[in-house]
Design a protein around this ligand. Structure first.
Ligand SMILES: C[S@@+](CC[C@H](N)C(=O)[O-])C[C@H]1O[C@@H](n2cnc3c(N)ncnc32)[C@H](O)[C@@H]1O
Length: 304
């Protein structure tokens, strides 16, 4: 069989199985088994495919047709222009989460400008926390953008942290990211118990925010294959935000920034949590579909 025939057969099978983006999925799976890039694929349509490769490709096509996400089959997903390893232990990073990066970097630049420092910061002296790090995508992308910042990344899943650590090593930022297995921010050194002042400059989080009540509305790729602990925030979905916001208030220094990703219906539950005098400059950013996707706020000097 040649490359063109293999690809056509994969596309047909995925189309018949009503897989979304079936052409792209077949291409990615073929590139994966061939160990080639897309330019090679279209420059060598007549190249023959060995029996072993054809069988591996067919096995992946069958798994994709049965609902496994392409990213778990190839073990890869791009986020913020970086390649991340993904396994079924971690959520597949989503394009919407790049809005968390944009808002966090904009807010930091504004804070630096207000303090009369250059907006293009290396993050020297910054302490950042990523809560529910999963694959590590936010922590690692921030470490790349702010090459002198120190980052603490938490997750309650030890399996996810193994993947996140590997990603940090692959991206060359592992020595600046401290991975902690804990509930939300509980494993960070608590300023309340240690008698220290809160020191964190930026807290980002994309917490689990799908409601158990919404399970049936999720595509099979998500419902059956992504980790439940990465998806569900509770019966309604927004249950984790209250603890996240109150723990963030205790850990951020005055002027520190909180940036949270929102579920499609989380805003009405989350916005009031930031009405307290501990928060100022609350802003909401919509995603490309017009859904309120990110909420950000600044810690005031008020006591809790
Ligand atoms: C929606 S995923 C986000 C993963 C990654 N930050 C991203 O944006 O792709 C949420 C992550 O939070 C973790 N998680 C869930 N509940 C948690 C908790 N109570 N404390 C810490 N991490 C939690 C999950 O294991 C999962 O890795």
């Amino acid at each position: 069989m040649d490359v063109r025939t293999a690809l056509k057969s994969g596309i047909t099978q995925l189309r018949n199985a009503q897989v979304p983006s079936f052409t792209l999925a077949a291409e990615l799976l073929l590139l994966h088994v061939l160990g080639r890039d897309r330019t090679w694929l279209y420059a060598h349509p007549e190249e023959s495919v060995s029996q072993a490769i054809a069988e591996r490709f067919q096995a992946l096509i069958a798994r994709r047709a049965a609902g496994e996400p392409t990213q778990y089959l190839t073990g890869r997903q791009e986020f913020w222009g970086l390649e991340f390893e993904v396994t079924p232990d971690v959520l597949i990073p989503r394009p919407e989460t790049e809005h968390v990066m944009e808002v966090a970097l904009d807010r930091l630049a504004l804070r630096e400008a207000r303090a009369g420092r250059p907006q293009m910061t290396s993050g020297e002296g910054f302490l950042i926390a990523d809560i529910g790090t999963g694959s590590g995508c936010l922590a690692i992308a921030l470490a790349k953008e702010l090459p002198k910042a120190k980052i603490c990344a938490t997750d309650n899943s030890s399996e996810a942290l193994v993947v996140a650590r590997r990603n940090a090593e692959r991206q060359g930022v592992a020595e600046r990211i401290h991975f902690v297995q804990c509930n939300l921010l509980e494993g960070l050194e608590s300023p309340v118990t240690s008698n220290q002042l809160p020191r964190t400059d930026l807290i980002v989080s994309n917490p689990p925010y799908v409601g158990r009540s919404e399970t049936v509305t999720l595509p099979i790729e998500v419902r059956k294959h992504e980790p439940e602990s990465a998806l569900y925030g509770g019966e309604e979905g927004y249950e984790l935000y209250a603890d996240l916001v109150s723990q963030a208030a205790r850990n951020l220094r005055p002027g520190g920034i909180l940036v949270l990703e929102l579920g499609h219906n989380s805003l009405p539950a989350v916005r009031p949590l930031l009405d307290a005098p501990t928060w100022a400059n609350v802003g909401v950013t919509n995603d490309l579909a017009g859904i309120p996707r990110v909420i950000a706020a600044e810690r005031t000097p008020s006591l809790l």
